[in-house]
Design a binder for this molecule. Structure first.
Ligand code: ADP
Ligand code: ZN
Length: 318
């Protein structure tokens, strides 16, 4: 029997809701601005109302509570986004639809989507960066989405400053963290125009690549991912990716042998654009929903096992 699975890519700026099939095809989607929680979540739930979804996967902006058994599991927690602090996201949906749910961060969902169907297909690890309104990093490692203490918040790591850069940074918490220096709003604040208006030879891009490459280099050394995927609005600037690869190569300076990266093909196939284009988040959320349904069906059975097994099954099923 074929099931319809729901997916929500919940961003701080917009929500995308969709439905798809168990083999990952998206059948329909809608998008609307992220307003106050009650109206936004009602709108999301209304979208699924007549669609008979068997499960729903959610990739959400955060920070969110991912700790099973926590009284606030499924909540958006300490976000500065007006109205959303301590919001029971998952519970609100659950009260409308009693189905299995997948629940993770927006960037972990995107990393998972890329691992199941995208650029990291068949690999047991990858990193997914979004360089957009914010900067976020999803971590898929040894076949599992990494949560840990909270969940990775790689956008707020502290970079070494570019020598020509006197910009203070825009992060309300840290000023010149990665997000504060390299997000879309940081580009706009530093140069007075949005990123898409800066020409390809503008010095902005050398500085932008410098910050992203530092984070990517550190993450390669810290987590040893098999693929690094760079997405988000700012990465639409196609000339940025080669600059980042160049800087990563300089930073690593041969310490991590290039041959080891992407099995000999080097950085061009190791640090890449999303295989799912702009759909990593939504299709990743779909994949979380599919996994939740499978785990629910297999509860108590061997299928309940790890996301690695789930991912491998998905890969083979396709
Ligand atoms: P979000 O992060 O809100 O989900 P995006 O990933 O599209 O959405 O990121 C939006 C940010 O990316 C904005 O700050 C915008 O200025 C910037 N951006 C979008 N498109 C481009 C582009 N083609 N070139 C440079 N910056 C862009
Ligand atoms: Zn920060």
């Amino acid at each position: 029997m074929s099931h319809i699975i729901g997916a929500i890519e919940a961003g701080g700026t917009k929500f995308v809701c969709g439905i798809g099939t168990a083999d990952g095809q998206l059948l329909d989607r809608v998008s609307f601005p992220t307003g106050q929680p009650e109206e936004t979540l009602t709108r999301a739930a209304d979208y699924f109302a007549a669609k008979q979804v068997a499960a729903i996967g959610i990739g959400s902006f955060g920070p969110i509570d991912l700790r099973p058994g926590s009284p606030t599991y499924g909540f958006v927690t300490t976000t500065p986004k007006p109205g959303w602090k301590d919001c029971d996201f998952l519970g609100t949906l659950r009260r409308r639809f009693d189905v299995p749910y997948g629940w993770d961060t927006d960037v972990n969902a995107a990393a998972y989507g890329e691992a199941v169907w995208g650029a990291a297909r068949g690999l047991d690890s990858c990193l997914y960066y979004t360089i957009g309104t914010g900067v976020g990093v999803g971590v898929y490692a040894e076949g599992q989405l990494l949560h840990g203490l909270l969940h990775p918040e790689g956008g707020h790591t502290l970079p070494r400053r570019h020598p020509d850069d006197g910009f203070a940074g825009v992060c309300p918490y840290h000023g010149d963290c990665l997000e504060g220096m390299a997000s879309g709003p940081a580009l706009q604040a530093r140069w007075g125009v949005p990123g898409h208006e800066l020409p390809a030879d503008h010095p902005a891009w050398e500085i932008e690549a410098h910050y992203i490459a530092q984070s990517v280099s550190s993450a390669i050394l810290m987590l040893s991912p098999r693929k690094v995927i760079l997405g988000g609005g700012v990465m639409q600037q196609e000339h940025l990716l080669p600059l980042i690869r160049r800087d990563v190569a300089q930073n690593l300076n041969g310490y991590v042998a290039a041959e080891a990266l992407a099995e000999g093909e080097g950085l061009d196939s190791y640090i890449v654009a999303p295989g799912l284009g702009t759909e990593s988040g939504l299709r990743g959320s779909l994949a979380l929903g599919i996994r939740a349904l499978r785990e629910h069906k297999g509860a108590g059975a061997a299928v309940h096992a790890s996301p690695a097994a789930a991912s491998a099954m998905e890969t083979h099923a396709k």
